[in-house]
Design a protein around this ligand. Structure first.
Ligand code: BES
Ligand code: MN
Ligand code: ZN
Length: 503
């Protein structure tokens, strides 16, 4: 499905369907609704007075125009109360109307960029949100089924129609940005939805290589022998139990080569399947652990968008990829590893493998002398207990860096909650035999995990995002599809672009 912007009158388009918007407070005063109502013999005001057209959030009203206006159908989208309006409301509404258009077999529809009385929100941002919402809302994962699309039809195109001609370039740029953001998110979703036999560390490295090639990014892949030379004992320890070769994947984008210190690292946990290892997980729900590489997927997918948007900043993506399997060669509870940084770790629980591979990635990022780093990981079940599937849990050592992420999240609609990192939690990670142990026990599991990671962060502004709850969804709502969400790809891309534009 593609978007396009043209100049014209929405109500006079020869169109299978046009989409207009209403709010709960001002049903008839929205752009073109008043005019459409006149042309449709007051059909809309009649429906409104009968309570059938309310403008409530999520309401979709389909009207056959019977020759009164050129467009054959008018689909009216409720945006809810003006006071609740946000880019995310619009993004969700777009997903809903796009799915409706598809389900009734529309191939090409026309719409407008609705005027919204939202503080400081530009029409260009609304156009981005509509583009993202529709593309993400129409997503489905059908790589392993012979069945055609459930709805049997394909929505090919949505056209923005705008009266003043001077906004067309702006909207075309919005379409470009929205499409890049959505396509990166879709790449992350596809990677997470893929079963583990189709998303091994080697396949992930191949995907990274393809993205690097087609977006002129630099690529480096460390295989087992490189990892041994580098003494990445954390990643190698986890990889001991599997026959799949581990990979440490690096993708580099140099958007500000004259200022090497203007940099940011994006690190991803890439456990392509997490059985728990010798500390084996129970069978119930283990299938979900094919998604234990969602942090890696978001990191790699962000690089695809960055490669296309090309902001003025240097970005380095690092992914530590391996399976976590039990076998005769697997690491055992009590084993002691030496990580890249030289710090030793007691493997108290082989199921706390994410922090072991991230210890090496963070150590490597520190050694490179990066200024800022964000790691993304499906790290703990405990974060799901704390925040469910609504907020991603965040941890940081730098309030300003965190505020920048929060500002970006206002644009993207993805939600982040800052968790406390009081140092009193650190004692739970103390080991009798090594510098630290990899499990802090039952209490505050996501906080002790973050404290573990912090031990490997040297002189960098750091944010850790625990996406165990938000990387997948168990239901369809708006642009969120059942299965992988692609979070937090869009926020990472937005943040990097904001940092790049400021410099
Ligand atoms: N990958 C899991 C965390 C997870 C759980 C992600 C549920 C998504 C859904 C992680 O490797 C893990 O197993 N963490 C353990 C840590 C514990 C052993 C200290 C956990 O959270 O139980
Ligand atoms: Mn685990
Ligand atoms: Zn895991």
């Amino acid at each position: 499905m593609k978007f396009r912007a043209i100049q014209g009158e929405i109500l006079s388009q020869e169109s299978e369907a046009i989409v207009l918007y209403i709010g709960e407070d001002d049903i008839l005063s929205h752009e073109f609704i008043y005019e459409a109502n006149n042309n449709l013999e007051n059909c809309l005001s009649d429906m409104a007075s009968q309570g059938q057209l309310t403008g409530k959030k999520g309401e979709l009203t389909l009207i056959h125009t019977l020759g009164h206006i050129n467009p054959k159908r008018l689909l009216i989208v409720g945006l809810g109360k003006e006071s609740d309006l946000s880019l995310d409301v619009i993004r969700n509404a777009s997903a809903q109307f796009a799915r409706r258009l598809r389900s009734i077999g529309i191939q090409r529809a026309h719409t407008i960029v609705p005027q919204a009385n939202m503080n400081q929100i530009q029409p260009s941002q609304i156009a981005v949100a509509i583009t993202e919402g529709a593309l993400l809302g129409l997503y489905n994962f059908r790589k392993h089924t012979g069945k055609a699309d459930a709805d049997g039809s394909k929505l090919d195109e949505i056209v923005f129609v705008d009266k003043p001609s001077d906004r067309l370039e702006t909207f075309s740029e919005s379409i470009r940005i929205g499409t890049i953001n959505a396509e990166a998110t879709i790449l992350a979703r596809d990677m997470v939805n893929q079963p583990a036999n189709f998303m091994t560390p080697s396949i992930m490295a191949q995907i990274a290589s393809d993205i690097a090639k087609s977006n002129t990014l630099d690529l480096e892949i460390f295989s087992s022998s490189d990892l041994s030379k580098l003494k990445m004992g954390g990643l190698l320890g986890v990889a001991k139990g599997t026959l799949e070769p581990p990979k440490f994947i690096i993708i580099k984008y140099s958007g500000d080569p004259d200022n090497p210190s203007n940099n940011i690292g994006i690190l991803g946990k890439g456990i392509t399947f997490d059985t728990g290892g010798i500390s084996l997980k129970s069978a119930a729900g283990m299938v979900e652990m094919k998604g234990d590489m969602a942090g890696a997927a978001a990191a790699i997918a962000s690089m695809q968008a960055i490669g296309k948007l090309r902001p003025k900043i240097n970005v380095i993506c690092m992914v530590a990829a391996t399976e976590n399997m039990p076998s005769g060669s697997a690491q055992k509870p009590g084993d002691v590893l030496t990580t890249f940084s030289g710090k030793t770790v007691e493997v108290d629980n082989t199921d706390a493998e994410g922090r072991l591979v991230l210890a090496d990635a963070l150590g490597y990022a520190s050694a490179l002398g990066l200024n800022r780093v964000i790691d993304i990981a499906t790290l703990t079940g405990a974060i799901i207990t704390s925040l469910g599937d609504v907020y991603t849990g965040g941890f940081t050592n730098d309030q300003e860096f965190w505020s920048q992420l929060m500002e970006s999240s206002v644009r993207t609609g993805e939600k982040f909650w800052l968790m406390p990192m009081h140092e009193d939690y650190k004692r739970q990670n103390i080991s009798d035999v090594a510098d630290i142990k990899n499990s802090g026990g039952r209490k505050a599991g996501s906080i002790t995990a973050a404290h573990f990671l912090a031990e490997f962060v040297e002189d960098m502004k750091w944010i850790h995002l625990d996406i165990a709850g938000t990387s997948t969804s168990d239901r369809l709502t708006g642009y969120t599809i059942k299965g992988a969400t692609g979070c937090p790809t869009r926020t990472i891309v937005q943040l990097i672009c904001s940092l790049g534009n400021d410099s």
